[in-house]
Design a protein around this ligand. Structure first.
Ligand code: 6PG
Length: 265
């Protein structure tokens, strides 16, 4: 089922997203004693993590049964301000009281990015990760990217092979090089290089929840919702549910009243 939930503003969106993630964690932990969750970087997800940390701190979920995975990572050390791992630890794990060992690190910014991604991908085939994530929380960029699957990027495969980033990448995790360099990247690091899970593994998620806030995301969100294959966010859907958690500004004017669920086919 694909469902869009329109919140009044970014703060309400963060609260709703936190509630949905906490509920998904509770269901997975109750059913299997474990939960595998993919988390995005970015400001919109980070706001949800702060709310989620409060819910988890108050709740009585067995946090040591959760495997947290950054859905993508920048090619910087984890103590760099741009690190997604660092942001997730500061915004979520530490305030929630989750054991630091429950986050699976990409171990970025050492050696060759393609080999780094291949190692992370190999680890996904082991143990509780092999069945894929229970929930993948993903952001959407104004260009329609999600995780670090950018429309204009090249995938860097082991052995020096390169291929355009697309919905059919044959690996679970990959390094990518962006044509347009992000301004925040540390020039001392490999410029424009990111690490990302791919549609192959993200597509195993029982539930995928996209977060989008602000009018700048309106076009990308609309294209993702209608399945425009030029938009990477259209390449990923949950095996059971796909949620688009958006605020009024991103949803744009239309019949969907704020707060009401808009069910898409
Ligand atoms: C990253 C993210 C990226 C992000 C989107 C949305 O590493 O930056 O994984 O995919 O989720 O760009 O970010 P905002 O919510 O900050 O716009």
């Amino acid at each position: 089922m694909t469902l869009t939930r329109v919140s009044a503003d970014a703060a309400d969106l963060a609260a709703r997203a936190a509630e949905i993630v906490a509920a998904a964690l509770g269901t997975a932990l109750a059913e299997r004693g474990r939960a595998v969750v993919v988390l995005a970087g970015g400001d919109t997800p980070r706001a949800a993590y702060a709310r989620l940390a409060v819910l988890l701190r108050r709740g009585n979920l067995p946090l040591d049964g959760i495997d947290w995975l950054p859905g993508d990572e920048r090619w910087v050390p984890v103590d760099h301000p741009d690190s997604n791992e660092g942001m997730i630890r500061r915004a979520l794990l530490e305030p929630a009281g989750a054991p630091g060992r429950t986050l699976h690190s990409w171990l970025p910014a050492a050696g060759d990015p393609a080999d780094c991604a291949a190692r992370f991908g190999a680890a996904l085939a082991d143990g509780p990760l092999a069945a894929g994530p229970d929930l993948a929380l993903l952001g959407i960029g104004a260009d329609g990217h999600t995780a670090s699957l950018f429309p204009d990027a090249v995938a860097l495969l082991p052995g020096g092979r390169e291929t355009p980033v697309g919905p059919d990448l044959p690996v679970d995790a990959v390094a990518v090089r962006r044509a347009a360099l992000g301004p925040a990247l540390d020039p001392s690091m490999a410029p424009g290089v990111r690490l990302t899970l791919t549609p192959k593994w993200l597509g195993m998620a029982r539930c995928v929840a996209f977060l989008a806030a602000g009018s700048g995301k309106r076009e990308a969100l609309a294209r993702a919702l209608r399945g425009d294959r030029a938009v990477p966010a259209a390449w990923i859907r949950g095996t059971a549910d796909t949620l688009f958690l958006v605020d009024r500004a991103a949803a744009g004017p239309g019949p969907d009243a704020t707060g009401r669920d808009v069910r898409y086919a």
